[in-house]
Design a protein around this ligand. Sequence first.
Ligand code: GTP
Ligand code: MG
Length: 335
Amino acid sequence: RMLKRQIACRSDINRMNAALLAIYESLIPPEEEKAKQKQLLALLDKIVSKEWPGARLYVYGSCANSFGFSKSDIDICLAIEDANIDKSEVLLKLADMLQSDNLQDVQALTRARVPIVKLMDPETGISCDICVNNVLAVVNTKLLRDYAHIDVRLRQLAFIVKHWAKLRGVNVTYQGTLSSYAYVLMCIHFLQQRRPAILPCLQGMQPTYSVTVDNIECAYFDKVEKLCGFGSHNGESLARLVWAFFNYWAYCHDYANDVISVRTGSMLSKRAKDWTRRIGNDRHLICIEDPFEVSHDLGRVVDKFSIRVLREEFERAAEIMQCDPNPCVKLFEPY
Ligand code: GTP
Ligand code: MG
């Protein structure tokens, strides 16, 4: 009977894995979308260089970090060398120029936490947000993309987790749940912790890439083509990893004491970071260290209500992965 059960389990796992992989595949943006993004970027480049000849446009966020779904908006950073510029002035000027170039829904949000200009390109149907000199976001986008190249299971796991978070309503920072960026860092850290490890710690290796941005030194090993096959000693399937990920955040993570840190590839203590008390609005109820801005906790948006929502969702997902032989329906059920 035992053997029969094991065999049944194995065929369940295979079926589960195939179903998760099919969802992952369905979320990957098709090539023609990339082409449209390039087309829009070229147009914006032309507009921007008229006014700021030395400036450059960088794509960051999900369209450049390889964790973007089909039909995502583009996040763009306008990098201007001149340190004396007034960001609001630049954004207002930019909004003016975009409007006269027939881009639609142009809106300058100069008071936002990250001030931006929003626009929609009627030609391609793509929406985008442009910010000014947010170079750190461009660098952490590269870090995420570099990690994704090491083992395909990172991209697969992060797609499933992001998809789950969006459908379950726990990817809304203004409601106290986590950003996509935070979820991807949780996935990277989780794969660094598997035994054998599926991902290395790039910031713990001899740097081959180094830039200083806003007085923060960002350095890590970025020759990731040399690391392909790094995780091959670990044969865990996507289904197994999804189960273990939710199980970890539901039942194993020490919320009272631990900070996850992709930078060190290990767990840090809240005490060592002085993240034990509420300071201002930072409550540190779930602690995710930013890989470069190390005083920045990506869990800072979480409050005493949303931490319960989050943990209940982790438990729900873990339960479904544990007990349901066909978990994809329930796991992704809109809340
Ligand atoms: P989706 O748009 O949800 O598909 O994901 P995204 O990858 O664009 O993620 P998100 O909108 O969360 O973040 C966009 C980018 O902003 C990230 O890739 C980071 O480069 C940058 N970023 C830097 N600090 C933060 C932060 O504290 N919160 C968030 N949300 N983003 C940050
Ligand atoms: Mg985005």
